[in-house]
Design a protein around this ligand. Structure first.
Ligand code: ATP
Ligand code: MG
Length: 577
């Protein structure tokens, strides 16, 4: 993990460190924002003093020279005010961009380290949640932050009104509770509606992602009607809660605007009586009426931002929930092996998928000595792929131990461990980008020569040569642009790159023709010499690669022995392989 050095400076906050650390790091910038905001507020006070002086001193005496001097002073103030406002916006953006960048990478790092057994929510919901980061960014890099900084200056403005207009201060003081009250009363509803609207937005996103990801299936199997129903239901629900959310926030905004006007007008009305009593000058009244509008303004701005604040809270909760689910990020003492001998042991494994009723693996024991090549056979759903997942540490077993080279795999840094295991899972998943990128995956130690070597091994080279652009062919999402068998060959090349000592192949040739398969087997035989292979397959031809066969049924080992003995045994009652 690379962390910038000044991030260590602050003690790790206990509350949402992913959010607090970047914020604390930008403390300096926010101080500048606050300073600029303070100056802008003070300039506002100066402007009101200018007005007062003009009314009280310049107008009665027709003192044009004073007016000129005052105007020059005011122009200077306006210029500084202009500059400081721009600086304030600039610093807010600066801090916002930095926080956004930092949070974005923390959340992404956490997303890829999420523990699969604790993952909640669909793909769509998870991606939608990443989009919620935008809402957080809007908060940090926007007027919201500035409006919050302005709030303390309400007090300063009120003090000023009290000095200039004495009892007039009661008018804005009375208006403030109205604005706060409206905000406070609408907030629970807004919070609820924001949370609702967000979760409905996520549902919409889920439907969309599922549909777009499976367009071919949607067309061919006629799933359009089912998905269309889900989509319009999600749309209606989302539209409904959004409308209500806007209505509630409009109420708060309008109350604040009315209170603002009332505060201004009330000051003028009350001021007339004070002037009649000779307790106030006209100039002071004008100044106070301007100031009383300013006193309420930050609250009115906040009222108009209330729905954004609620949305920010909802997003924060959502993201924080994800940040608090279990992570694979290794502890300080995690082992980072540089190579494995290749001994794999599963001892007394009991495993149930999260939320599943039945145990998938039930008392499974399996020892694979270093350098042995083993095939796992068994019917569909017998638990073969699950064994592979456990060996890779994707799921922890509820009971029992998974060990590699005699060490419990929980002690390894999962990334380092998986980096030493060549894996081709049952469904080859490619990424967008070039074929080269898909094989190399930005891994150190996999250069062009190695990429070519493994492509030849996996058979990818034979068709890459025939395709225009070859290894630089750009694939669309999930490897669109290649056939099923081609995708499989590339995923095998990826697994073989870097000569890992342990290889886990789950149905490596299920999408290949027999001739390609036979050639592949021939090449793999030499390549896999002396390496540990866990091969899951339904294809008899592949068994040429292994020394031993293990048959799995209902999550247990039911047969285990040298290849030929087990094969002979299997052929007697029924052909299982
Ligand atoms: P196949 O030969 O069809 O690939 P398999 O032996 O690889 O089958 P597994 O994928 O290990 O079978 O699945 C074993 C059982 O675990 C299945 O009954 C399935 O219902 C269940 N299962 C698999 N994956 C999950 C999952 N992610 N969540 C819940 N249950 C799962
Ligand atoms: Mg499987």
């Amino acid at each position: 993990m690379s962390r910038s050095p000044d991030m260590v400076e602050h003690p790790r906050p206990r509350f949402a460190p992913w959010l607090m650390e970047p914020m604390l790091r930008n403390k300096g910038t926010y101080m500048k924002v606050a300073l600029a905001a303070a100056m802008v507020n003070i300039f506002g006070l100066i402007t009101s003093l200018f007005t007062m002086t003009v009314y009280d001193r310049v107008v009665p005496n027709n003192a044009i020279t004073s007016l000129v001097a005052l105007s020059i002073g005011l122009v200077v103030v306006v210029v500084f005010d202009f500059l400081l406002r721009i600086l304030r916006a600039y610093f807010t953006d600066l801090a916002g961009a930095d926080i956004d960048h930092d949070i974005g990478s923390r959340v992404f790092r956490r997303l890829v380290a999420i523990r699969l057994d604790q993952k909640k929510g669909s793909t769509g919901a998870l991606t939608g949640m990443m989009r919620e980061l935008e809402t957080l960014r809007d908060f940090f890099a926007s007027a919201t932050m500035t409006a919050l900084v302005d709030v303390p200056f309400i007090v300063v403005t009120l003090v000023f009104i009290a000095i200039l207009g004495g009892p007039l201060v009661w008018v804005p003081l009375a208006a403030i509770p109205i604005v706060i009250g409206a905000g406070w009363l609408t907030r629970p509803a807004l919070d609820r509606l924001s949370a609702k609207s967000m979760s409905e937005g996520l549902t919409k996103q889920s439907v969309l992602i599922e549909t777009v990801g499976a367009l071919e299936m949607v067309k061919t199997s006629g799933a359009a009607r089912l998905l269309g129903r889900r989509w319009s239901a999600a749309n209606v629900a989302h539209g409904d809660s959004s409308t209500r959310q806007r209505l509630v926030s409009t109420i708060a905004i309008t109350v604040a605007a009315s209170a603002n006007t009332l505060s201004y007008a009330g000051t003028v009305v009350a001021g007339v009586f004070l002037i009649a009593d000779h307790r106030l000058t006209t100039g002071a009244l004008v100044a106070c009426s301007i100031l009383s509008g300013r006193a309420v303004q930050p609250l009115a701005t906040i009222a108009s931002l209330l729905s954004r604040l609620s949305a920010t809270r909802a997003s924060y909760k959502q993201i924080n929930g994800m940040m608090e689910t279990g992570s694979e990020e290794p502890g300080a003492g995690a082992l980072r092996p540089v190579r494995f001998d290749g001994r794999i042991e599963l001892r007394g494994i009991e495993f149930r998928y999260p939320g599943a009723a039945e145990k998938t693996l039930d008392g499974l024991n399996l020892v694979i000595p270093a350098g042995q090549r083993v095939a796992l056979l068994g019917r569909i759903g017998s638990g073969k792929s699950t064994i592979a997942r456990l060996i890779l540490g994707l799921y922890p077993p509820q009971e029992g131990l998974v060990m590699i080279d005699g060490t419990d795999i929980r002690q390894y840094d999962p990334w380092a461990m998986r980096g030493l295991i060549g894996t081709a899972l049952q469904e080859p998943v490619l990424l967008s980008g070039s074929v080269r990128e898909n094989i190399v995956l930005a891994r150190d130690g996999v250069d062009d020569a190695e990429m070519l070597r493994v492509s030849e091994l996996s058979g990818a080279h034979s068709f890459m040569g025939r395709i225009a652009n070859g290894y630089d062919l750009r694939l669309a999402d999930r490897g669109e642009g290649l056939s099923g068998g081609q995708r499989q060959a590339i995923s095998l090349a990826r697994a073989l790159a870097g000569k890992p000592q342990i290889i886990v192949f789950d149905e490596p040739t299920s999408a290949m023709d027999q001739a390609s398969e036979a050639q592949l087997i021939g090449r793999l035989e030499a390549e896999l010499q002396g390496r540990t292979l866990v091969l899951i397959t339904h294809r008899p031809a592949l068994l040429r690669l292994v020394d031993r066969i293990v048959v799995v049924e209902n999550g247990r080992v039911v047969q285990d022995g040298p290849r030929d003995a087990v094969l002979k045994d299997l052929q007697r009652p029924r052909v299982a392989a």
